[in-house]
Design a protein around this ligand. Sequence first.
Ligand SMILES: Cc1cc2nc3c(=O)[nH]c(=O)nc-3n(C[C@H](O)[C@H](O)[C@H](O)COP(=O)(O)OP(=O)(O)OC[C@H]3O[C@@H](n4cnc5c(N)ncnc54)[C@H](O)[C@@H]3O)c2cc1C
Length: 479
Amino acid sequence: MGRAIAQTTDLGPRLRAHLGSGVTILDDHDQLECYAYDASFEAMMRPRLPEVVVQARNVHDVSATLAFAYEQRVPVTPRGAATGQAGGALPARGGIVLDMSGMNRVVELDARNLQVFVQPGIVHADLNAYLARFGLIFPPDPGSSRMCTVGGMVSNNSRGMRGVKYGPTGDYVLGLEVVLPNGTVITTGSQNSRALQSSSGFELTRLFVGSEGMLGVITEMRLRVIPKPRCRAMVMAEYGTLEAAGESVVAVLGAGILPSAIEILDSSAITAVNIYRPALMLPDAEAILLYEVDGNALSVTEDARRIAEVVTPLADRVEWSDEPKRVAALWEARSVVGAASGQIKPGCARVYAGEDICVPLARVPETLRAIQDTARRYDLTVVTYGHIASGNLHPAPVINVADTDAVGRVRRFADAIHRLARQMGGTVTGEHGVGLTRIAYMREEHGAALDVMWQIKRTLDPFNIMNPGKMFPPELTEA
Ligand SMILES: Cc1cc2nc3c(=O)[nH]c(=O)nc-3n(C[C@H](O)[C@H](O)[C@H](O)COP(=O)(O)OP(=O)(O)OC[C@H]3O[C@@H](n4cnc5c(N)ncnc54)[C@H](O)[C@@H]3O)c2cc1C
């Protein structure tokens, strides 16, 4: 298992003969190159070329492609928008990339029953722009909202800044249409059901959520939507120590307030934002926390006022506003930090490596200090920000990728950061997934549970054609 995958060279013509002329199949080298990357450092360093790309139009294209691949033992890697940072959409073993981005329609909005049926290639921001017309929202909100597909979000169980209140993508998936590796199409979450909950049968929907394209291909999703909050307010607090920032989060939650987001910028992130957007004039603090609350006009004002009151004894300065323009201005520091981190060193780029650890809330300050120490140890510039209320931290190393020594130091830094997450009692990935880049930590993180995951994978995908080379270590795949 896992070793007998054919690396065919005449895949394009054979697939054309199998799928018929209506399906777009790419096998020209220049076209294939566009599919050799995602947003990961791994792809930047070592792009992986597929042999063929199939641009799926509907479930039949997907089913026919998988039936062919199953029969011929050809690897298939589903791909949304390739914004993933762990190499999940890279064809690690060549074969077919199944491009799902063209299947991007809203199939049906059932507003009365608070659900929407969509194809997987719909871009997250487009879905929410559509839902906003009906006063609804699909709450998970990754920073890549304007690029990533909702199918990719379901497959990675993505989160985002508002995860503290609204939870992960998986919490909003009521059912899925999935094509299994042998081409069979199933519906999870009860066929022809519009119920918002069910205790019927195994939770297969949850099995496919976060499965990173390794168990089948999602071709349609039944998603739960909620009324869109009408108002937001923001509190910005500056702290002299990371510990005070950490204590503030505990104090706010302890005061019975559940913000829609609590984001941290450490001193490195503050410096990056000030270089990138000097007009924001962020203070020279050890950390800034941004608290967002959402709801109706009265409740957000009351919650923001109360947060300001609770954090004032711990912070050096606190400001809050429920005025939309000021709220947007206060958010700006957080929304530009990703782009800003890449600008902190001339001639350098921000790379995604060790970028997504999640630690227990109580250990966030200690972890932030350890990240800074680790950066110094490897002589790297690292900007750190994240979703502090979930303990999800995004250290961003900034290097010249042509400098091989720096590349080696980033790899060692990423390894140290992943190990740090585990030492702190956390996980190597809070929202980006395992993909190619975190395989080495799976055994330590899951123990015997990893064997159960592998047994599930083998049951659904006996020839290991679905996105092979990801998540599982060679000790399992080559046994
Ligand atoms: C600037 C930036 C900001 C980001 N911010 C966040 C954030 O705040 N929170 C967060 O969680 N992530 C974030 N990400 C990571 C990434 O955007 C998410 O993981 C996203 O959900 C991936 O969607 P995608 O369409 O790009 O998927 P891809 O990268 O194309 O694929 C991701 C995985 O899903 C699988 N897949 C895709 N479509 C299907 C399908 N139809 N069926 C089965 N498997 C499929 C792929 O095989 C792969 O394993 C960010 C990325 C960038 C570049």
